[in-house]
Ligand binder design. Sequence first.
Ligand SMILES: Cc1ncc(COP(=O)(O)O)c(C=O)c1O
Length: 447
Amino acid sequence: MRAGPRAPLTLEPEELRRLGHRVVDAIVAHWEDVEGAPPIRTGDAAALRSAVGGPPPDGPGDPDAALDRLLDEVLPFMQHGDHPRFFARIGSPSNPVSALADALAAGLNVFAGSWAGGSGPATVELTVIDWLRGWCGLPEGTGGILVSGGSVASLTALAAARAARPHATTAVVSDQTHASVTRALRLLGVEVRTLASEGSRLRPEDLDLDDGVLCVVATAGTTNTGAVDPLEEIAERCLAHGVWLHVDGAYGAPAVLTERGRTLLRGLERADSVVLDPHKWLFQPYEAGCALVRHPGALEAAFSMLPEYLRDVSVSAGDEVSFRDRGPQLSRGSRALKLWLSLHTFGLDAFRAAIDRGIDLAERAQCAIEASEELETVTPAQLGIVTFAPRSGDAGELADRVVADGFAAPSSTVLEGRTVMRMCTINPRTTDDDIERTIARIAELAG
Ligand SMILES: Cc1ncc(COP(=O)(O)O)c(C=O)c1O
């Protein structure tokens, strides 16, 4: 801190340290007792507004009291994607070491927009991207960038496809393609042709790839059922017609780190672009998504701008990457520190085992469903997702009842016109007992 009277908008070092310790204590308390609260708690709008609404004070306030309000009256009201019985949609099992890395990134206001302004953080990001690239089997030279999540990652990668093939105007997707991809295509002004899936998978023989087709979007782990499109056959067809293959592996692609996942995801390495979300099955806190684009320079061709006011920070060569040239953000923080620190802390084997565990847990859930008289399996366990339904009654209403009950949080969806329940079991801290008791509770509430 500068000597003399306190600088604007700072606290005295001792006070800041004490407040910081309270924040760290809150993070550790969360990790010690994630199960202390239901997996999902939705607040009352009026009560929440009265807790935090209104104008800010003109004069200084008490940071401890304000922090207490956040901790006690606000933050309990959300979904805890890292709760061991959060099975809804796709969880975010996260890890506390990465949370500390995020605190560090914010605390040091890390800048990762240009090489000149952030060569250290850029090198960490290049390193991490190279890990992800290698795991997916993409060649050296593949470009990549970390963004907020799968939605922006698809937007980024598809913008590169659009720039590479400006004459083509149509994307072929399946009825199981994630809505974020369809939205990205809409934003890019690309027409969407949707094919009916079979068993949640695209049928390669349905791909009619005329000249106007910009890309085929395949999914490596659908949100509904965990199905993987036949990537090899689709890649074959795309290659034959010079069409870009975009693979949305937002939740499923990290399974490539396991033997079972590698088999299921064969062909991933042939994609022109791949999206995967470290904030899902790579156990990072929000926000972390990654776009990988096989063709060197393709991201830059879509995003690089060189205005005169950036000329001082525009010179770079070889490995000196300015990430503002690879995506939609100029000012950007580092999403790479958390991946780097957590992998260096736990090691890759622990990540492999944690992903394997998620695959096992869905199989365990399926066994419990099949042993239950009240429930039946709809789609078998695939990449950590199983879908099922009560033998009588409405699956959507049952899912609502289970969430309100507070013990566990599955979710519901619709498959071929039928409402079903689903569990996504990618949290490695979920125990076998969590699974058994969750299925027993669902069966009880179904009865
Ligand atoms: C297959 C798939 N793609 C894309 C997304 C969107 O990712 P994000 O929520 O990180 O933007 C999801 C989210 O669950 C997903 O499951």
